[in-house]
Design a protein around this ligand. Structure first.
Ligand code: AMP
Ligand code: MN
Ligand code: MN
Ligand code: MN
Length: 298
């Protein structure tokens, strides 16, 4: 459990719910964030906004600040780049239409990966995988959970299995057919929000940052559980150099084996800097949720 001193006035801007591959419902996640005494969270499920209605309603009910977000899986040439979009209008028609297409692609991809595992001798059923996805997002974690929960592999082997079969280049991996990074940035802006580059330390090649800035990137996730203090400091310097808002989040999935909620955070100044760079009504309405009168943040 985080102490209040550590988390009070801190925001965790990277979390997942059952709408993608997290284990908690959006309502449970918001309740947990309150208990941790975080000042607020962003809900950023992979490639879906389906958890946001419930998360925002829980926030309203409890007078607790919840930033609507999404973590978009994107292709940038040889790299998989994750774009966090914050303060989006989750009802935006173009965003929803593209996410529906991405979901259809994910479904076909997951079926292909199941077929590959079957051919490799793992009797995983498609029904068992599908039953573990709660929303339109379906991904590799659902395959691994189904393998474990139907007794095909022991739980302690799940990580090894993932690395042996389900990473790029491994025998059961099928690549995403997802948004181009450029389109993800454009969609985030079109939906009134701001695009932020997720976990640059996990990206493979942060040297593409100037190109992403040219596409309209607004922020950089400098503080992340897998970033060392030296890396976080380096990314903060990069953020400053490129005029990007430094952000932080835990990538909490509700999994006790993964990072805990609030493990990486950012301050209110980052949240308000994102608000100032966003164009939409969702961002404009947000500072009131922090009980800051308009004259102090405009
Ligand atoms: P997908 O959307 O199918 O590409 O699956 C990506 C998700 O798998 C990520 O969001 C992580 O939650 C999870 N993941 C990625 N790499 C690993 C790994 N090496 N072991 C376990 N889970 C992983
Ligand atoms: Mn995930
Ligand atoms: Mn990610
Ligand atoms: Mn994530």
């Amino acid at each position: 459990m985080q102490t209040a001193a550590k988390t009070l006035l801190r925001f965790d801007l990277h979390t997942h719910t059952r709408a993608s591959d997290g284990l908690l419902s959006p309502g449970e996640l918001v309740a947990l964030a309150r208990r941790h005494e975080l000042a607020g969270i962003a809900v950023t499920d992979h490639d879906t906004v389906d958890g946001l209605e419930e998360a925002l309603a829980a926030g309203e009910e409890e007078d607790y600040p919840v930033v609507p977000g999404v973590e978009l899986t994107t292709d940038y040439g040889r790299f998989e780049v994750h774009i966090l979009a914050y303060f989006i209008d989750h009802r935006h028609p173009e965003l929803r239409a593209r996410l529906a297409e991405v979901a259809a692609g994910r479904l076909a991809r997951a079926e292909e990966m199941v077929a590959k595992l079957n051919a490799l001798g793992y009797p995983l059923s498609w029904e068992a995988v599908k039953a573990r996805a709660n929303g339109p997002y379906i991904g590799r974690p659902h395959l691994v959970r189904a393998l474990v929960e139907t007794g095909i592999i022991p739980p302690e082997k799940a990580d090894d299995f993932f690395r042996a079969y389900l990473v790029p280049g491994a025998p059961a991996y099928v690549p995403h057919k997802e948004l181009a990074t450029e389109e993800a940035v454009r969609l985030a802006l079109a939906a009134g929000g701001v695009p932020v580059l997720a976990h640059p330390g996990r990206m493979g090649n942060p040297a593409v940052l100037p190109e992403l800035v040219a596409l309209g990137l607004v922020g950089l996730e400098t503080d992340y559980p897998l970033h060392s203090p030296q890396e976080a400091a380096f990314y903060r310097r990069l953020a400053l150099a490129y005029g990007l808002v430094p952000t932080g989040g835990s990538d909490f999935h509700g999994d006790p084996a993964g990072p805990s909620l609030g493990r990486a955070t950012c301050g209110r100044e980052s949240v308000l800097a994102l608000v100032r760079r966003a164009r939409g009504a969702v961002a404009r309405a947000f500072p009131a949720k922090l009980h800051i009168p308009a004259e102090y943040w405009e």
